[in-house]
Design a protein around this ligand. Structure first.
Ligand code: ZN
Length: 446
């Protein structure tokens, strides 16, 4: 299968490399060539799809480096709370009602499919989901054609007692899930597995050390929350004598293959640790704003050469899974203290593409020959995009997810004309709405 994008009005290879009026040729899963008049390079008579790029910006797919898809059905519940009371009001009742430490299958699948539909339509081609713990959800991702990393979320402290499992049970379950995920990924390489620490103070020291050792032994990446709130920072310092970042470093959790959501409350010494270990902080500006968690020093971390990624975080604390909006909030948030170039449009774009690709461990985020063919075609023929300015700032400050026309993941067209090609959107919406209503009734009755 080949795809030829003809005469892209803009080809955004990366935040700083833009070309005009060029073709993009995709063979199989990867970009084969970029340049003018590539139809001449088509020597095989194989099946080929030709897309007209003349009214399009062609850009790398956006990568949401941290989310919780099960929360798609928990939007609108107990808004305007800070993180810790919000966990007590929304997340823990949901899990308690599910009678397991992990969300149940039908809900997880319905919520996953709704979240994947939303992300794909908004130009997100890959994501890291913390909490997806069942093969049925992973198969749903595969069927819809999106690239997903299942970051298995573990915790054994500071959560309701009925949700705490013995350490040996957690370890067994993680390894079982890793084996299942690997078996599925052998069929569809868009799937990968990570181990995620819920947060430094929600995992015992033995559990953190086990995560670090297992990730290294199995060759998988580490994910998790870190330094999200002032409460977490204070409690971790009180209990361990270390900051949250410092405590993870002590446990061997900081590696170049580790990504940490939030990193709001980090000290200059923490920043030096993150830089030293090449660990990837994941900035979630909208979630931090909604939960009043504080402002991440993302500009200072970028300035220290750290590859800060970007993410929406869960749908119950953002609440949109729209990386265009997230780029805009990232670029705007850090200007309010008086420095207009604190975090530029190019910085935000790079975070949502190249840096998030590093967090997700995928060879994407940049459009160059040999890279994975995760590509978005954005419709420029609209009133708010009819401007001759620089294309990357134009997209960061003006574009919205609904401007996305075509999405290609792993060389396959999964959104065409703004519609999903591999799934029934109406059925996805109906199922999420119905199961979400059932769960909400059960939660509020309990
Ligand atoms: Zn999160």
């Amino acid at each position: 299968m080949s795809i030829l994008i003809r005469q892209a009005r803009y080809l955004i290879r990366s935040a700083d490399r833009v070309e005009r009026d060029v073709d993009v040729l995709i063979h199989g899963r990867r970009i084969a060539a970029i340049g003018p008049n590539l139809e001449a390079e088509l020597t095989t008579a194989g099946k080929m799809t030709v897309l007209d790029g003349r009214a399009r910006a062609v850009m790398p797919g956006l990568i949401n480096a941290h989310t919780h898809l099960y929360q798609c059905v928990l939007r609108g519940l107990h808004s305007d709370l800070p993180l810790e009371p919000w966990l007590q009001a929304v997340v823990f009742p949901y899990r308690r009602q599910a009678r397991l430490a992990y969300p149940d299958e039908a809900m997880m699948v319905a919520a996953s499919r709704a979240g994947c539909a939303e992300m794909l339509k908004n130009g997100t081609t890959a994501f890291i989901d913390m909490d997806s713990t069942i093969g049925a959800a992973w198969r749903a991702w595969q069927e819809m054609g999106i690239r997903g990393a299942a970051a298995f979320n573990v915790a054994n402290a500071q959560i309701p007692p009925e949700l705490v499992a013995p350490l040996a049970d957690i370890q067994r379950r993680v390894l079982e899930q890793l084996a299942e995920c690997r078996a599925l990924a052998a069929e569809t390489p868009t799937l990968s597995f990570m181990i995620a620490a819920a947060s430094p103070q929600m995992c015992s020291r033995p559990l953190l050390e086990w995560i670090a050792a297992t990730a290294e032994a199995e060759g998988i990446m580490i994910h998790g929350h870190c330094a999200e709130t002032a409460v977490e920072f204070r409690e971790t310092v009180d209990e361990t004598g270390f900051t949250p970042v410092g405590w993870l470093a002590e446990a061997g959790m900081l590696t170049p293959h580790t990504s940490l959501a939030h990193c709001v409350h980090v000290t200059p010494a923490d920043r030096a640790l993150l830089a030293e270990h090449e660990t990837i902080p994941v900035h979630c500006p909208k979630s931090n704003m909604k939960l009043a968690s504080g402002v991440s020093p993302a500009p200072a971390m970028l300035g220290a050469g750290i590859a800060v990624a970007l993410a929406n975080d869960g749908p119950a604390s953002n609440d949109l899974q729209d990386m265009f909006e997230e780029m805009r909030f990232a670029a705007l948030l850090h200007k309010v203290e008086g420095q207009a170039d604190a975090l530029t449009a190019q910085d935000a774009f790079r975070m949502a593409t190249e840096h998030s690709a590093r967090a997700a461990g995928i060879d994407a985020g940049v459009l160059d020959p040999g890279r994975l063919a995760d590509v978005v075609l954005l419709n420029l023929e609209q009133p708010h995009l009819a401007a001759p300015g620089e294309i990357v700032p134009l997209l960061v400050y003006c574009a919205q997810g609904r401007d996305v026309d075509t999405v290609i993941v792993d060389g396959r067209i999964v959104v065409a004309g703004g519609r999903l090609t591999l799934a029934d959107e109406a059925e996805i919406v109906e199922r999420a709405r119905r199961l979400g209503a059932e769960r909400y009734r059960a939660m509020t009755a309990g």
